[in-house]
Design a protein around this ligand. Structure first.
Ligand code: G3P
Ligand code: CA
Length: 374
């Protein structure tokens, strides 16, 4: 199994069509530049928390990210059997919890079609929230992040409401607003099961007073139609995620042959700007790698996105060699740290407006080096 698949990249949700041309309304939170023409200070988003240091999608990971200076914490969202939004990267929980060690749930192990891929394991939609709360989070990639494994078994699967409560508490304590950057995971998959994520997301944001133009919230999706639908329901800015390969799953499901490459074309980005405020591309779509895997030159993506008013928040910046371009690796050991500072510098120079990072402390330090007056 590749690290990419272990991290869930290969099964990241993708999909939803839609054609309604709706004008983009909300301004991106805390992105305003000081003077006309001045570049706004880019954002640091704690990817699934501070996943370089704690098992992903735990309150401990989110808290650490905020304390490291992340502007936003990022819960990926899936649904429980009773319709509660919880923070997991995908519905299958065998890779990030101790569910396999719970004999009472052995009978729930099954194989499902997840966006066209057969996945075997345990699925959040087969567990009530009360049942899910008996599980504990575990490190997804223990071979690469052995140090994180000492935290295995110590943290529950959090609900979106618990993430919001945490960010409210930390905002008060830190004296600055910590933002949330929720992502709807596999929206078509959950819609087909009668557990659509979108109505509950809107309800939770409304209930917490966060569905407003100046709330420090971005909502993101790899699918298109659900973002277009959310554009009609939410006042917060929306971000269209894109992958370096494949197509939004809702496009696939609808027989639409457009791919993510089409979405990040100049014409595609113009369409995105009718319903979203930004794009969240795979970092390789922003600064390409050459045939040898070394960091190469910026693509047109940032210029084309900015030309139609879209922010650009690429993912995912990680310190370990295995995730870095070959020329920035320190040695051949996958888990050793390479030169994440150099990689981030290249992206700041390419003009990105924010980064998703598993190492928010390094991203914050790199930002300070590159934007000394911020
Ligand atoms: O949401 C940005 C980034 O997190 C997308 O990738 O698969 O880690 O959710 P993933
Ligand atoms: Ca995500």
């Amino acid at each position: 199994m590749t690290v990419a698949r272990m991290l869930g990249v290969a099964v990241s949700a993708l999909a939803l069509v839609g054609t309604a041309a709706l004008s983009s309304a909300a301004a991106a939170p805390e992105q305003a530049a000081g003077r006309p023409g001045e570049r706004a200070t880019p954002l640091v988003i704690g990817h699934r928390g501070a996943s370089g240091y704690r098992p992903e999608h735990t309150l401990a990971g989110y808290e650490l990210a905020a304390r490291m200076g992340a502007d936003f914490i990022e819960p990926d969202l899936v649904s429980t059997k009773d319709g509660v939004l919880v923070a997991r990267h995908e519905p299958e929980i065998g890779g990030t919890t101790d569910v396999a060690a719970h004999p009472e749930f052995a009978g729930r192990r099954t194989t499902k079609d997840l966006d066209g891929v057969a996945v075997t394991g345990w699925f959040t939609e087969d567990f009530t929230l009360a049942e899910l709360k008996t599980l504990r989070a575990t490190e997804r990639i223990p071979d690469v992040r052995q140090e994180n494994t000492i935290h295995n078994g110590r943290h529950q699967v959090p609900t979106l409401q618990e993430v919001i409560d945490l960010k409210n508490r930390l905002s008060r304590e830190l004296g600055r607003e910590v933002g949330i950057y929720p992502e709807t995971k596999h929206p078509t998959y959950f819609q087909r099961q009668g557990l659509a994520l979108e109505p509950e997301l809107v309800r939770v944001l409304n209930r917490n007073g966060l569905n407003r133009r100046n709330a420090k919230v971005f909502v993101q999706s790899f699918e298109v139609a659900n973002l277009k639908a959310l554009h009609r329901e939410l006042r917060v800015p929306l971000v269209q995620l894109t992958s370096a390969s494949g197509a939004p799953y809702d496009f696939v499901a609808a027989g639409d042959e457009r791919t993510y490459a089409d979405v990040v074309s100049a014409q595609g980005l113009k369409e995105v700007s009718t319903y979203a405020d930004g794009v969240g591309p795979d970092k390789n779509q922003v600064v390409a790698r050459d045939a040898a895997g070394n960091l190469a030159q910026p693509t047109r993506l940032v210029a084309d996105a900015h030309a139609v008013g879209l922010k650009v928040h690429p993912y995912t910046f990680r310190a370990e060699n295995t995730f870095l371009p070959k020329n920035l690796r320190s040695d051949a050991v996958a888990a050793n740290y390479g030169d994440l500072f150099a990689e981030l510098s290249a992206f700041w120079k390419a003009g990105v407006d924010g980064v998703f990072s598993d190492n928010p402390d390094i991203a914050v330090a790199s930002r300070a080096e590159n934007f000394p007056r911020a």
